[in-house]
Design a binder for this molecule. Structure first.
Ligand code: GLA
Length: 730
């Protein structure tokens, strides 16, 4: 059992392979957070807490005359709201009388076999090989009939602890839930930094780090999606932590909508760490008997830096979050026509691209935006999911059979959640778009957003998508989403439910995804939101790969893919070779480097291969072979970041096979300097007791030697040149 409960039923220690998490219901039934760190025993750590009367930190009635007992200073699992804890709350309730207070006290706890589910939302699931365990702690609000269930899931091998919460209104009057996060934790001691991944469209997930002090460190999204701008995954780490050094706690939210993540030191230098749905544009009304569930947050601890933390996240997401026919099956190498043609295509052009691609070994043609309705640019047609048979010179089934006849699979682009004002759908159902009566809605890419909280909207989309996929034997769908939400108003919800739209939108998207995949179980789904605007663990429950960025520039991709790698398995990172000068940056990089960078992801092409010179066509064949050769490394192996963007004049990273029989280092020269310095890179993760040969220079040494001494390159690389360097056991 990974979950240990003391005899009196009040001390809970969650044990994983290398970490422990402890909490204790004290004599006043406050649930204290005591520890999250390197593995320890099950002794009660309450003794770590020392309280004095700090002044201006009031005392709850149970404290009696003890002025040192204060909700404002105790480390807690569910901080109270409005009754004397002046730090950030986790659950905020507006009661029927207008008061705003929540003070949860421990009632009982129960250990359950297996992992818990989160209704309507993604969550880590059990496999035949590995089951989680669940602790459910029930708390009661002191002065009302509101109950709170805290869920703790434990996956021992990956050092993962999940949290989620359910609030139930057992009272006779309605309450308004103004804030409800997935977790809160008060780390007792230590100085920390928060690592987060920020950016913008086409420049997502740049790693940044900032010390956590008394000024709050907070990131989040109120765009209705997890966003390009901030990713819902952060690390609270010891000051100065690096790849191989330092304690770190990761928090990764399995949710694709508005979120917040925050860390702040309090007056005692304890760090309150929190994450969950963003309270902005959020207010849930719960009538008697109704409940609200938070999304799941996936926590993981590493006592030795980011590399181990990433390995834990990669494995848990790959094995217990990603699902479907392609969870482990090799994904087809695809060619997507977007950058090749944009909207300017017809059947002939598509077939020509497919034919050339199939001759070079590419396995799937993906037809991107523009095949439906009236859609020759991005100003019209969204919502009209009917094949434009004039443009396609026939039905989609006909095109599909021609692609299949080339021995290729066939994929199709959809943007289900959107509607163009210039569409038959909008002309028939303007009320299906999110918009506020009396306001002209804000447009993004000249389109509006469908009200995904509506059952009728989802039914329409499900029928359209499944019909097309089935009729045309589609093998793959790219599920896109190309704007941020605004004007979040649903005409079906009563006024007091106006604050529920953003969350109900996400629930609606998940519901449609679930039903669509159930109807088409063999489909490979690739998520997308203008590239990586919804690159989150929640979407990975439905799509085992996500188009990582609209930016295909191999050099920009180095930092985007670097940032993505902290939490997300490399197998989830959609990465394509495109033409140069690059369409986003106008930069020219060698074809080989574009391939080498894209090989560290879910590999494909985004160009017309008819238009490249013969020597590049030959390189396509080499890249296709490399993708197959290295697939077990890139998709299932251990990933190591060997350098950080901007720190050196090259970037390097490494994959090590699960059985440590071989490893692959990718090295990209990012800057050329006069009188260049030698390129030396560290090597990680080889088996110390085995001998490995470097395929580049033939040198043989033990894993121990390579791991500690690293590797020096005996050649000079030009700017943007790159190498794949394999190490094989001999
Ligand atoms: C988004 C996607 C692109 C492409 C276009 C089509 O920007 O990220 O890959 O599919 O939409 O409109």
């Amino acid at each position: 059992m990974a979950i240990k409960v003391s005899e009196n039923g009040r001390l809970f220690t969650l044990q994983t392979k290398d970490s422990s998490y402890q909490m204790f219901a004290d004599s006043r039934n406050v649930l204290l957070h005591l520890y999250y760190g390197k593995k320890i025993g099950e002794e009660n750590l309450s003794d770590l807490i020392f309280c004095t009367d700090m002044g201006f930190s009031g005392n709850p009635e149970e404290a009696g005359s003890d002025r040192s007992y204060s909700l404002d200073t105790l480390p807690q699992e569910v901080p109270s709201s409005g009754v004397g804890d002046y730090r950030d709350d986790m659950v905020r309730i507006r009661h029927a009388d207008g008061s705003c207070a929540a003070d949860f006290r421990f009632v009982s706890a129960e250990v359950q076999d297996g992992s818990y589910r989160v209704p309507g939302m993604p969550a880590l699931y059990d496999t035949q090989d590995e089951k989680g365990e669940t602790l459910v702690i029930t708390m009661k609000e002191k002065a009302s009939d509101v109950m709170l269930k805290l869920f703790y899931g434990v996956f021992e091998n990956q050092n993962v602890i999940t949290r989620a919460a359910r609030l139930e209104n057992h009272g006779s009057s309605a309450i308004a839930l103004e804030k409800m996060l997935s977790f809160s934790m008060d780390v007792l001691f230590g100085d920390y930094e928060m690592v987060y991944f920020a950016g913008r469209h086409a420049m997502e997930r740049t790693m940044e780090r900032i010390p956590v002090q008394r000024a709050k460190v907070e990131i989040g999204s109120i765009r209705g999606t997890s966003s390009h701008h901030y990713n819902p995954a952060v690390i609270l780490c010891e000051e100065g932590a690096g790849e191989e050094y330092g304690a770190c706690i990761g928090a990764c939210l399995a949710y694709s909508g508005n979120f917040v993540a925050a860390a702040q030191k309090d007056q005692k230098n304890q760090t309150r760490f929190q994450m969950g749905i963003h309270p902005t544009q959020f207010c849930f009304r719960l009538e008697e008997g109704e409940a609200f569930d938070t999304p799941q947050v996936i926590l993981s601890y590493s006592g030795s830096g980011f590399a181990v933390l990433s390995h834990q996240y990669h494995e848990i997401i790959r094995e217990h979050m990603c699902r479907g026919a392609y969870k482990h099956a090799r994904r087809p190498i695809l060619i997507n026509n977007w950058e090749a043609t944009y909207f300017d295509f017809n059947e002939e052009k598509i077939l020509k691209i497919a034919k050339q691609a199939s001759e070079l070994g590419i396995e799937m043609l993906v037809l991107d935006d523009g095949w439906f309705g009236k859609r020759d640019d991005d100003n019209s047609g969204l919502g009209d999911w009917y094949v434009n048979e004039k443009k396609m010179n026939g039905t989609m089934a006909q095109l599909s059979s021609k692609i299949h006849a080339l021995g290729m699979k066939f994929g199709l682009w959809f943007e289900p959640e959107m509607i163009s004002e210039d569409s038959d759908l909008y002309r028939t159902h303007p009320e299906w778009a999110l918009q506020i009566p009396g306001r002209v809605p804000n447009r993004g890419r000249n389109q509006l957003v469908l009200d995904m909280s509506r059952e009728d909207v989802r039914e329409y989309l499900l029928e359209r998508m499944t019909t097309i996929v089935r009729e045309a034997s589609i093998d793959y769908v790219k599920w896109d989403m190309n704007r941020s939400l605004s004007d979040g108003f649903s005409c079906l919800l009563s006024p007091e439910k106006g604050g529920e739209v953003y969350h109900r939108f996400v629930l609606g998207v998940y519901d449609l995804l679930e039903r669509f995949l159930a109807a088409c179980p063999n489909l490979l789904l690739e998520g997308c939101s203008g590239g990586g605007g919804r690159f989150d663990a929640g979407m990975m429950y439905y799509s085992p790969q996500i188009w990582c960025s609209d930016n295909t520039d191999a050099i920009n991709r180095l930092s985007i893919q670097y940032g993505s790698s902290f939490f997300y398995p490399i197998s989830t990172v959609g990465a394509h070779v495109s033409v140069c000068p690059n369409h986003q940056t106008a930069r020219t990089t060698p074809f080989e480097t574009r391939g080498n960078v894209a090989l560290s992801g879910s590999f494909g092409y985004e160009m017309d291969l008819n238009k490249i010179p013969d020597e590049e066509k030959e390189m396509v064949k080499v890249q296709v072979a490399a993708m197959k050769n290295y697939y077990d490394l890139t998709h299932e192996g251990l990933y190591y970041r060997l350098s950080a963007p901007g720190k050196k004049d090259f970037m390097a990273w490494e994959f090590v096979a699960k059985d440590q029989s071989r490893a692959l280092i990718t090295l990209v020269k990012t800057d050329a300097q006069g009188n260049p310095l030698p390129v030396h890179t560290k090597i990680c993760g080889l088996n110390p007791g085995k001998q490995y040969q470097c395929k580049l220079n033939g040198r043989v040494a033990s894993g121990e030697t390579w791991n500690h001494a690293g590797f020096t390159l005996h050649q000079t690389l030009r700017e943007y040149d790159s190498l794949l360097i394999e190490f094989a056991e001999v």
